[in-house]
Design a protein around this ligand. Structure first.
Ligand SMILES: NC(=O)c1ccc[n+]([C@@H]2O[C@H](COP(=O)([O-])OP(=O)(O)OC[C@H]3O[C@@H](n4cnc5c(N)ncnc54)[C@H](OP(=O)(O)O)[C@@H]3O)[C@@H](O)[C@H]2O)c1
Length: 243
C-alpha cells in the first residue's frame, strides 16, 4: 500500500474540483482526478503533473454504475485504499428554473448527478475508505441548499436565483450526508459538507466573484481535519452554514 495519502476528487477536470485536486496535491498527496471526458481529464492530469503534483486520471461519470465501479477498481489496484473522497461533481441543469415552468426531466437529471451520483460514488468507495486510518468524505454543497438562508429572514439573506432543481438538490445532498453520518457514526470516517462561496466557473457562466482556488479552500480544510475534528457539519470559509 502507498504511504502517501490517497484522495479522489470527482469533477476535477475544471473549476473548483481542479483546484481542490491542486490543493490536496500540494500537500504531497496522490490525487485521483475523477472526470468523465478523456481529453479534459488527461489535460488536467498533465497540468497538475507539470506543477509537480502526483496526479492520476480516474475515468468517472457519477451517473454511470459501471464507470463508478471501474473507478473503485482502479483506485484499489493503484493504492489499495482511499483516504479522502471529495464529492465535487455537479450540474445546475440550466437556468432559469422557476418552479412553475420547470420541465420535470430537469429535476430528475440534476438529482441523478448531484444526489444519486454522490451516493453511487460514496458507496463504491466506502470499502476502500474503511481501509484508511483517517478517512474523510467531503460533499461539496452550496449555501443555496440551506433552508434557513432560502427562507430569507433579515438575518439570513436569501442566496442564489430561484432554482427548483439545483438548490433543492443541494438541500437533498445535505440531508443525505447526515444519513451517512448517522449510519457511520461508529466508524472513524469524518463526513462534512462544504460551500465554496460564489465562484467564477462554468457552472454560473463565470459570474461568481471568488476564484476557483478560493472556492477550493473549504474542501481542502475539511479533507485535512484532524481525527478529533467535526463530522456531520456544514461549513463555508466564514464558519458554519445553517442547514
Ligand atoms: N461555482 C459556484 O459558485 C458554486 C457555488 C456553490 C457550490 N458550488 C459547487 O461546487 C462544485 C464544483 O462546481 P464548479 O463551480 O467548479 O462547477 P464546474 O466548473 O461546472 O465543474 C463541475 C465539474 O463536475 C463535472 N461533472 C458534471 N457532471 C458529471 C458527471 N456526471 N460525472 C462526472 N463529472 C461530472 C464536470 O465535468 P465536465 O467538464 O465533463 O462537465 C466538471 O468537472 C459543485 O458541487 C457545485 O455545485 C459551486
Amino acid at each position: 500500500m502507498s504511504e502517501r495519502t490517497i484522495a479522489l476528487v470527482t469533477g476535477a477536470n475544471k473549476g473548483i474540483g481542479y483546484e481542490i485536486a491542486a490543493g490536496l496535491g500540494a500537500l504531497g498527496w496522490s490525487v485521483g482526478v475523477g472526470a468523465r471526458d478523456d481529453q479534459r481529464r488527461e489535460a488536467a492530469v498533465e497540468r497538475l503533473r507539470a506543477a509537480g503534483i502526483d496526479a492520476f486520471g480516474v475515468p468517472l461519470d457519477v451517473t454511470d454504475d459501471a464507470s463508478v465501479s471501474a473507478a473503485a477498481r482502479l483506485i484499489e489496484a493503484r493504492a489499495g485504499r482511499l483516504d479522502v473522497l471529495v464529492n465535487n461533481a455537479a450540474i445546475t441543469g440550466g437556468m432559469p428554473q422557476e418552479p412553475t415552468q420547470v420541465d420535470p426531466a430537469t429535476i430528475r437529471t440534476v438529482v441523478e448527478t448531484n444526489v444519486i451520483g454522490v451516493i453511487r460514488v460514496t458507496n463504491a468507495m466506502l470499502p476502500l475508505l474503511r481501509r484508511s486510518t483517517s478517512p474523510r468524505i467531503v460533499n461539496m454543497s452550496s449555501s443555496v441548499g440551506s433552508l434557513t438562508r432560502q427562507s430569507g429572514t433579515a438575518a439570513e439573506l436569501t442566496t442564489g436565483p430561484v432554482a427548483v432543481a439545483y438548490a433543492p438538490s443541494k438541500t437533498f445532498l445535505n440531508a443525505v450526508s447526515l444519513q451517512y453520518v448517522r449510519e457511520l457514526s461508529g466508524t472513524n470516517i469524518l463526513i462534512n459538507v462544504g460551500c465554496p462561496g460564489y465562484v467564477a466557473t462554468d457552472l454560473n457562466g463565470f459570474r461568481g466573484v471568488r476564484t476557483p482556488a478560493q472556492g477550493a479552500e473549504i474542501a481542502v480544510k475539511l479533507a485535512t481535519l484532524p481525527d478529533d475534528g467535526p463530522t456531520g457539519r456544514f461549513f463555508e470559509d466564514a464558519g458554519e452554514v445553517p442547514w
